[in-house]
Design a binder for this molecule. Structure first.
Ligand SMILES: [Zn+2]
Ligand SMILES: [Zn+2]
Length: 135
């Protein structure tokens, strides 16, 4: 009788853990699925941390396509143009191949500071930086 009690207790315990596990897995799956409310919101630019309106969404190859890069990230068109105005394809491929590194460059910091004061949809053709013109 005692053994039987122990057994039923054990079975109950296993069932509870199993349900607990399933609950956890279900929660995990829910957290992994893109929340519909988030989908409606614009993506955020990794350069200037502002939301990107659909009309200003530009895919940037972190490593230039010409250097075999495949991964892209969405930037504002203006941020994207700024990146390419400042850096050569080689510089992008070798050194400035993440948004975090790009953000740290002093010229980019100046740009980010400036662009943050503009509306999210602001766009203006950026001029080639004097850095690249001299080359
Ligand atoms: Zn690009
Ligand atoms: Zn941006």
């Amino acid at each position: 009788m005692q053994v039987y009690d122990l057994f039923t207790k054990l079975v109950r315990h296993i069932n509870i853990s199993k349900n607990h596990m399933i609950g956890k897995i279900r929660q995990k799956l829910i957290s992994l699925a893109p929340a519909p409310s988030l989908k409606a919101v614009d993506s955020v630019c990794p350069i200037c941390d502002r939301p990107i309106p659909e009309s200003q969404k530009d895919a940037h190859h972190l490593i230039p396509k010409s250097k075999g890069g495949k991964a892209t990230e969405y930037l504002h068109r203006i941020c994207h143009h700024q990146v390419h105005a400042l850096f050569t394809e080689t510089e992008l491929a070798v050194k400035f191949n993440t948004a975090a590194v790009l953000q740290k460059h002093p010229e980019m910091q100046r740009f980010i500071h400036w662009v943050k004061s503009k509306p999210n949809h602001f766009y203006e053709k950026s001029r080639k930086s004097s850095r690249l013109k001299d080359q």
